[in-house]
Design a protein around this ligand. Structure first.
Ligand code: SAM
Length: 234
């Protein structure tokens, strides 16, 4: 049976755990060094959080950066190897668990801020996170996402939602087995928030200072009022 795109995402991060950890910890990814690392730290701090969940934390750099700023932060990721690296750097602050497993749990801890830094990659898995995010967010909690800017990430393909072939172009040749990823237009991202009763309170397009092209897009949403009507996704 062929590997589903979602399973391929898991496999790819497990395969690349060592090489990815090396790239992140040696600050080898230019856009992260120039823009996106500070952007996501600032976005989280702007929400004045006291308890943060770093969803899809990878080797855990953001969790550690927030702990260093005295913010109680916990990281989860599906890759057991990445979580191993994370725990070796700052133990007891991480757990190897997928989004799918997290939301199946009967009792889930609540956080006032949940952050996803380039960790929403699939289709069903991302829709599942949006559908269930209110289970882990406290009242008026903040949901922060940094991801590839759709207009920039679209390249020469059609500007429509759909699975795209993965690529490590521009990254170290030590990274292999690129997984497919699910492309969403900006409109489609906005609809994910509105159809899941999340109010978008900030939207940022941080520029790469060398190219003046957006290095990413950042969404900050808050849980909408319990009584507000659900917007139909159809
Ligand atoms: C590009 S890395 C980003 C890691 C980290 N947030 C960072 O800023 O370095 C994407 C991460 O998302 C995780 N991920 C993707 N889909 C996931 C899922 N369904 N459940 C848990 N983790 C997932 C991967 O394992 C990987 O570590």
């Amino acid at each position: 049976m062929p590997l589903s795109y979602e399973r391929h995402i898991f496999r790819s991060w497990e395969t690349n755990a060592e090489a990815w950890t090396h790239e992140v910890r040696h600050n080898n990814i230019e856009s992260r060094k120039l823009v996106t690392n500070q952007t996501i730290i600032d976005a989280v701090l702007s929400c004045q959080p006291s308890r943060v969940l770093d969803l899809g934390c990878g080797e855990g750099w953001l969790t550690r950066a927030l702990i260093d700023r005295q913010i109680d932060t916990f990281g989860i990721d599906a890759s057991t190897q990445l979580i191993d690296y994370a725990n070796r750097a700052s133990s007891d602050r991480y757990a190897a668990i997928s989004y799918e497993e997290l939301f199946k749990k009967e009792a889930i801890d609540k956080y006032d801020t949940v952050v996803c830094n380039f960790s929403l990659l699939g289709q069903e898995s991302v829709e599942l996170v949006f559908r269930n995010i209110r289970k882990i967010l406290a009242t008026k909690g903040a949901f922060i996402i940094q991801t590839i800017h759709p207009v920039v990430g679209c390249g020469s393909e059609q500007y429509v939602d759909g699975w795209r072939a993965g690529s490590w172009d521009g990254f170290s040749p030590t990274l292999t087995d690129p997984a497919p990823w699910y492309f969403r237009t900006l409109e489609s991202w906005f609809r994910l928030f509105s159809s899941n009763q999340l109010d978008l309170v900030d939207f940022q397009e941080p520029l790469n200072p060398t190219t003046n092209i957006p290095a990413s897009v950042v969404f900050i949403a808050r849980v909408a009022d319990e009584n507000s009507p659900l917007v139909n996704d159809g």
